[in-house]
Design a binder for this molecule. Sequence first.
Ligand code: NAP
Length: 237
Amino acid sequence: MALVTGANKGIGLEIARQLGQAGVHVIMAARDAEHGATAVETVRSDALSVSGVQLDTTDESSIAAAATAISDEHGRLDILVNNAGIADWRDGPPSTASLDAVRAQLETNFVGTLAVTQAMLPLLRRSPAGRIVNLASILGSLAANGDPTSPVSAASAIGYNASKAAVNLLTIQLAAELADTSIVVNSVSPGFVQTDLTGGKGNVTPAEGAALPVKYALLGGDAMSGGFVGAAGPLPW
Ligand code: NAP
């Protein structure tokens, strides 16, 4: 039983499809119920087991309602993929970035991820092996931002990068907090993926970008926790 946020398009839709192909029932969350229903039909037409739920990561009542619905219908969650996220093009370097854009990205990408995680943890604790995957980004790496030779240091977007650095901090702290449980939590960076978020730019298709989060959602027993990984392996915090 998996919950994928922002599953109506982009990487999230492909994560849902690939988890479904692995035999997992996937609850596809979307903030827009109509867009969510269309995505559910698309994936279900491949004979995969999926259902939909409305969930806006910035709306605590929608998160609580989704948690109640999942609890009532399924009783537990085995996998949570915190995929929903935004990039606000009014963002920019610290001297000029729109504060509204910074707030919106922190709210959706970080606070939203934290809120969904808090609401779903009781359901994950009922799983024999809970898996939490946070969609992070190399743009949230403090080490890469601080390395003048890294292309990341040129992509100066204070709001987006801060939101993903905060997601990584969540991964570190939550993994430590859950160390004596069977729940593991990891951050994954999917690469530069051709989605609406990047304006279609990138060198990785959404299906290719989904492969890593799916791998970490399906980690077996004795799985690593508190990691930050990209397709080529561990990434610097
Ligand atoms: P995308 O195609 O724009 O999809 C983003 C998804 O998040 C959409 O389903 C969107 O719903 C949803 N969403 C946005 N705000 C939401 C909210 N408040 N509540 C619930 N859902 C919300 O982008 P993507 O590239 O697939 O991005 C998926 C994740 O990967 C994001 O966390 C992103 O930061 C991360 N990521 C992407 C890249 C990349 O190169 N694309 C690289 C690193 C990390 P709507 O359709 O309603 O807008």
